[in-house]
Design a protein around this ligand. Structure first.
Ligand SMILES: [Mn+2]
Length: 263
């Protein structure tokens, strides 16, 4: 498949401890106080798991808006940023797939925080299982308007142009776009999930018939924790979000669990 890193599957033959997966924290919304409470909860969760954490995979939309300027860091989020640095400093690999809300990442996360940033979906073997990992936006059939906007946003010249806008104004513009996209992804589909209508489910089904099958497709983006076994084998897992569900994935090297954090 185009754009997937699968040529040289990274191999992590033995997993010591747990590999954690989470997405869609959307830090920054709906207001400072609520976002800060959520951030503290996420950090408490990471601290709790850290002693037994083999790896951490962040599957996008960690921030409702993130922009890597050349010399300016967006205000806020210091607790999470500090916690990520602490994890990588202690030798725990942290991976990050930018989502549609935090796609404007350049090298701050890799240089400053030691985080491995993945700009494309990734096929990877973890423990005894094969995983397909991505944020999940733009995959599956249809959705052409959205795909076109994402394509425009991904052009290096357009990104350069956006960085020329004053950060205060840039952040306001981004909040505007981010609102439209959030509105879109939250309300477009009904509450009950019908697999035959679920774009990512259709994507997984197609992928399984055209490629070496994988055991777990793990995505964010949908804001609904989902565990949907595929007819041709494997499971489509959606990590949910931390706006409503505080949900995350845990893989112990053999089995994958979809869990919820409670204090
Ligand atoms: Mn999201």
């Amino acid at each position: 498949m185009d754009g997937v890193h699968s040529g040289s599957d990274q191999r992590h033959p033995s997993v010591r401890g747990n590999i954690f997966f989470a997405s869609d924290f959307h830090l920054g919304i709906p207001d400072h106080r609520t976002s800060l409470e959520r951030e503290k909860k996420i950090v408490a969760w990471l601290r709790r798991e850290a002693p037994n954490m083999a790896e951490l995979w962040l599957l996008g939309d960690v921030f409702d808006f993130w922009m890597d300027y050349k010399s300016v860091v967006p205000r806020g989020f210091v607790r999470l940023l500090g916690q990520l640095a602490e994890l990588t400093d202690s030798g725990i690999p942290v991976h990050y797939f930018p989502g549609n809300h935090d796609q404007w990442l350049r090298d701050y996360f890799s240089k400053e925080l030691g985080v491995v940033v993945h700009q494309r979906p990734l096929c990877v073997i973890l423990g005894s299982k094969k995983f397909f990992l991505a944020h999940g936006d733009g995959l599956g059939p249809g959705d052409y308007g959205y795909k076109m906007i994402q394509w425009l946003f991904s052009r290096p010249f357009n990104r350069w142009l956006f960085r020329q806008v004053h950060p205060d104004l840039g952040a306001r513009l981004a909040r505007f776009f981010s609102y439209s996209s959030r509105h879109y992804s939250f309300f477009e589909e009904p509450d009950t999930v019908r697999p035959e209508k679920e774009r990512l489910f259709l994507f997984c089904q197609k992928y399984q018939t055209e490629n070496t099958p994988v055991d777990f497709f793990v995505f964010g983006h949908r804001h609904k924790p989902l565990w949907l076994p595929l007819p041709s084998g494997g499971v489509y897992v959606n990590l949910g979000d931390w706006l409503h569900h505080n949900s995350y994935g845990r893989f112990d090297g053999q089995q994958f669990f979809l869990e919820k954090y409670s204090e």
